[in-house]
Design a protein around this ligand. Structure first.
Ligand code: TEU
Length: 653
């Protein structure tokens, strides 16, 4: 069942999913098929059994942004050099050697633009200026030059779904209904309920505060504006060609300065259903409901991306990655990233981040996740390469808890092994790899002993305020909410970077109060301590995460055919705790196997009979791991991961 439609002169073949995953990163509409999507009415074909799943490695074109490692910097928390307790641009420049030594090649900076910082810079009030506490435009020029001098590249965050309400465009838009910029944003009149009380134009919930409306009332002009994330972040009206032209100018401005690409913030939310209908009731009893079905992956998304590509992006040799929550359908994902015909090089999707969430319960929820879920999710993203798409790989970013705390065990006994296990998983998968600051040290979540007052993120603050106004102090509900905050708050990733064991973890000078409390573990979890250990290829007793990452990135480069571009296949895919996979490439005589025991208990794993491990090249327990048997049944210690290069035996393929 496949139908072709012609839209705007292009022949499109579009598909509707027959099966949908129930996960959703915001715990919103389970299965968010966009009604307005141009492919929504087209049936999906039966899965093709004839699809050739091998040898894509050899076919893939080899653009620079594929075989590269991107390191995300959260400027507020990276390094303070001017004594105000907030990280700054010169702090990044100062640490470039550390980054280049680690082996990263591209830096992605979370927003540094002028902003009232209601959402840590994701609320921009001037795209052409720098937030003064971060530094000046000259500092940025110097950073770009120093990055280039080291053969590295810089990627910026492009946040154009919304602006700060302090942006002059919004200020002008809000002046009156007749303002020339009125329709730069999304304004709608109120609705009135049966009792005559004023209500927002529809029932959509706010994304960073599920108990509130996605609309904010403006008494001056007696209308509401759409503010999907928070009342301080007003959604731009992309239907307006002037808005799009201005966004194109912003992108050109930064590319002309020599930046090498963009991470595009929630870029799949730019086309909204213009009817702004009420969302279906998914959370009975709640006033506001998830509206993503109507504001994500909308009908004109690909038109807007095509225009951006045509007018701006295609004119530069850059990396583009779109952050796309609420996008789970493979065909849609592929349409965005497909080689040549796609609009962006790659996207961030959040299926893995949903494995430990309960959709019906919202953002702050938790359920134990399974290795089987992880296996299926990764298998799905890896399979993109078989259809000429390109995956992005990440376990952390500034919105997610720390990976070792979330997916492994961050206790003193297991933290190091767990970080190495996650490192091996990421460095042996196909795609462009993204490492988040501190991940290379095995940094951990906020300690359980911290009170909610230490959490600074707008989302955490709204959540906790709501909890406190709903449940009394000492109630089990509050206790549970506190636990969820500790597990899931974005603050977990935002504590200051731990450079050394001096006060404030070396993030800022002694005596200066950092903008956010430094994790108490800095005396033993810090960069200096890990860098001080000899390089990992020497037989040291315990290789720390930084040295392990450094070596893993080397190995990834050295065997790029297998690790960066290789064809992915699951092995022993029913194992309850071990995630195993094989990588191969027609251009290589070896294949690799990665075996990851996601458990605090020992496990056994059978090396497939057709392979004999020539060499275990990486292992969580270092020399202990790499001396494991080369074939047959191998026993794995808690949180032990292994990566081996294998000869293909007589029965091998
Ligand atoms: O995030 C989009 C977003 O809403 C999610 O990443 C969300 O924070 C996460 O799913 C929580 O689980 C982007 C930015 O990364 C985030 O920091 C901003 O707050 C948001 O957009 C608005 O700009």
């Amino acid at each position: 069942m496949r139908r072709e439609i012609s839209i705007a002169g292009r022949l499109l073949t579009k598909c509707r999913p027959s099966v949908r995953l129930s996960y959703n990163p915001f715990a919103q509409t389970p299965g968010n098929w966009p009604r307005m999507s141009r492919f929504s009415s087209i049936p999906r074909p039966e899965p093709s059994t004839a699809m050739d799943t091998r040898n894509h490695c050899a076919k893939a074109d080899r653009r620079w942004w594929k075989n590269t490692v991107v390191y995300q910097i959260y400027p507020a928390s990276f390094k303070d050099t001017d004594g105000d307790g907030l990280g700054n641009i010169n702090g990044i420049t100062e640490k470039l050697d550390y980054l280049s030594e680690l082996g990263v090649e591209v830096l992605w900076l979370s927003p540094i633009y002028r902003s009232p910082q209601k959402d840590m810079g994701y609320d921009i009030s001037n795209y052409y200026a720098i937030h003064p506490p971060f530094g000046t435009m000259d500092d940025v020029h110097r950073l770009i030059a120093e990055v280039k001098r080291r053969g590295m590249k810089l990627v910026m965050d492009l946040v154009v779904n919304h602006t700060s309400t302090e942006h002059p465009w919004f200020v002008e838009s809000a002046v009156s209904k007749e303002s020339l910029r009125r329709n730069w944003y999304i304004w709608r009149p109120p609705k009135y309920d049966k009792e005559g009380h004023r209500q927002p134009p529809n029932n959509w919930a706010c994304l960073l505060d599920e108990s509130e409306s996605a609309w904010t009332y403006h008494s001056g002009t007696e209308e509401y504006y759409l503010s999907l994330f928070s009342p301080y972040q007003a959604d731009l009206n992309w239907e307006n060609a002037d808005v799009r032209a201005e966004v194109h100018d912003v992108a050109r401005f930064w590319l002309d300065k020599g930046v090498s690409g963009f991470r595009m913030d929630v870029i799949n939310l730019i086309s909204k259903d213009q009817r702004f209908p009420d969302a279906e009731i998914l959370h009975p009893g709640k006033k506001y409901q998830p509206g993503d079905k109507y504001f994500a992956n909308g009908a004109r998304l690909t038109d807007y991306l095509q225009e951006l590509k045509e007018k701006v992006l295609s004119k530069y040799d850059i990396l583009t990655v779109g952050e796309m929550p609420f996008l789970e359908d493979e065909e849609q994902q592929l349409e965005i990233v497909k080689a040549e015909e796609g609009y962006l090089d790659m996207i961030f999707t959040f299926e893995m981040m949903g494995l430990d969430m309960v959709s019906e319960e919202g953002r702050f929820s938790f359920r134990p996740w399974s290795v089987d879920g992880l296996r299926k999710t990764i298998d799905k993203t890896q399979s993109m390469t078989t259809k000429m798409g390109w995956p992005s790989l990440f376990c952390e970013n500034h919105d997610q808890p720390r990976s070792v705390s979330r997916w492994c065990d961050d206790s003193a006994a297991h933290r190091v092994c767990g970080s190495k296990l996650l490192c091996m998983m990421q460095t042996s998968l196909t795609g462009t790899l993204y490492v988040y600051q501190g991940e290379e040290l095995g940094m951990r979540n906020i300690p359980a002993t911290w009170e909610p007052e230490e959490y600074k993120d707008v989302e955490s603050v709204s959540y906790w305020t709501h909890v406190c106004s709903t449940w009394p102090d000492g109630s089990p509900e509050r206790k549970r909410a506190k636990d969820l905050l500790r597990r899931k708050a974005r603050d977990n990733a935002r504590t200051p970077f731990q450079w050394d064991s001096t006060s404030n973890g070396g993030f800022c000078a002694a005596g200066v109060k950092p903008w956010m409390r430094v994790n108490d573990d800095y005396p033993w979890v810090n960069a200096a301590a890990q860098v001080a250990v000899a390089r990992a290829n020497e037989k040291t007793a315990i290789v720390p995460p930084y040295r392990f990452w450094q070596r893993a990135l080397d190995i990834r480069k050295q065997y790029a055919n297998l690790f960066v571009y290789g064809d992915f296949e699951l092995i022993q895919n029913t194992h309850p705790t071990v995630f195993g996979f094989k990588k191969s490439c027609i251009q290589e005589s070896d294949v690799s196997i990665t075996v990851l025991n996601f458990s605090g208990k020992e496990a056994e794993f059978m090396v497939p009979a057709e392979y004999q491990v020539r060499r275990w090249v990486m292992g969580s327990y270092d020399s202990l791991s790499t001396e494991k048997p080369k074939e047959g049944l191998i026993s794995l210690l808690p949180w032990e991961g292994l990566v081996g290069l294998c000869k293909v035996g007589a029965n091998g393929t």
